[in-house]
Design a protein around this ligand. Structure first.
Ligand code: MTE
Length: 302
């Protein structure tokens, strides 16, 4: 596995034009996906061009506590996870509840490239070139019923394959949730790849959520169940420590974590002496998502 990735990377390193062209496509793809020519431009207006982190950073510095709490544990142990076959159950308030084979989902979805900032609640960040599809397309496939207000997500729980779940760090399985309008937003994707390759297990294979304006822990990995509901669903980190982790968890430099500042972030891959950079409201996606929270007190609904 590790060797295959290394080969992939060196193969890319000798074709810089190819990488450059893909970068342009990611940016264009993200803008086109939103139907907003200026999307991303808002974030980049501050002279803040999105340069993707390299494959090694993205796949060796991970949080996936089912495989251990160390940053390198997922890269070490996540290859134990069997990702084929894979079934995603979509149930609750949908017209067509069903168990969907991963291949059948992929056959129906349009895979796009999205270059997104990724900001962890621990105050580090990366820029990741994801491949995936809009969550809205998947939910529409199942047919969301009119009373549905929230979407709940659940990660696989496999004690035989996940060495970390023997420790009660979290109440397993890992669960997350979004309000329906957040889930249907065009920036919200299910990622199935990185750099045009299948997403590695440590990053949440075979499919994981990516919500770029929220702290990374909302982006739940290796999803096996998606449930439409009319009640706010429980979420793992909120259950573990409700004072520190709210349901919304929108990136917000003005609302500090009780134990550290969220005003700045450390860029992974920037080197030991790289200066921290200012954290942006909604992680730089304010123009696209701020209206979702009109009239809400973001210090209370943190
Ligand atoms: N999903 C599951 N199932 N288990 C986890 O421990 N960690 C979260 C999130 N999704 C986590 C998870 C956290 S804290 C972060 S920051 C991101 O995954 C990390 O994603 P990455 O490893 O792809 O950077």
């Amino acid at each position: 596995m590790a060797n295959r990735w290394k080969n992939d990377l060196s193969e890319m390193a000798v074709t810089p034009e190819h990488i450059y062209m893909n970068r342009r496509q990611w940016i264009a793809g993200a803008a086109a996906g939103l139907g907003l020519a200026g999307m991303g431009g808002a974030a980049r207006a501050e002279g803040d061009a999105l340069e993707p982190n390299d494959w090694d950073d993205i796949t060796s510095y991970n949080n996936y506590y089912e495989f251990g709490t160390g940053k390198d544990d997922p890269a070490r142990y996540a290859d134990r996870l069997t990702t084929q076959p894979w079934t995603v159950t979509i149930d609750g308030m949908v017209d067509r509840p069903a168990d969907f084979a991963f291949e059948d989902i992929m056959a129906k979805m349009t895979i796009e490239e999205r270059l997104y900032r990724f900001r962890c609640v621990e105050a580090w960040s990366m820029v990741v070139p994801w491949n995936g599809f809009e969550l809205a397309d998947l939910l529409n496939m199942a047919g969301v019923q009119s009373g549905a207000k929230y979407v709940a997500f659940e990660t696989a729980l496999r004690p035989d394959e996940m060495p970390g779940v023997q420790f009660p760090v979290l109440d397993w399985p890992y669960v997350e949730g979004l309000r329906l309008d957040e889930a249907m937003h065009p920036l919200t994707i299910m990622a199935t790849g990185i750099y045009g390759r299948d997403i590695p297990n440590q990053n949440g294979a075979p499919l994981r959520l990516v919500v770029p304006w929220k702290y990374g822990f909302k982006s739940i990995k290796s999803i096996v169940r998606i449930t439409l509901t009319d009640e706010e669903p429980p979420t793992s980190w909120n259950k573990a420590n409700p004072r520190e982790y709210g349901f919304y968890s929108n990136v917000n430099p003005t609302v500090d974590h009780p134990r550290w500042s969220q005003a700045t972030e450390r860029q992974i891959g920037g080197g030991l002496f790289a200066p921290r950079i200012p954290t942006q409201m909604f992680n730089g996606y304010e123009a696209e998502v701020a209206s979702l929270y009109d009239g809400m007190d973001l210090t209370k609904n943190f």
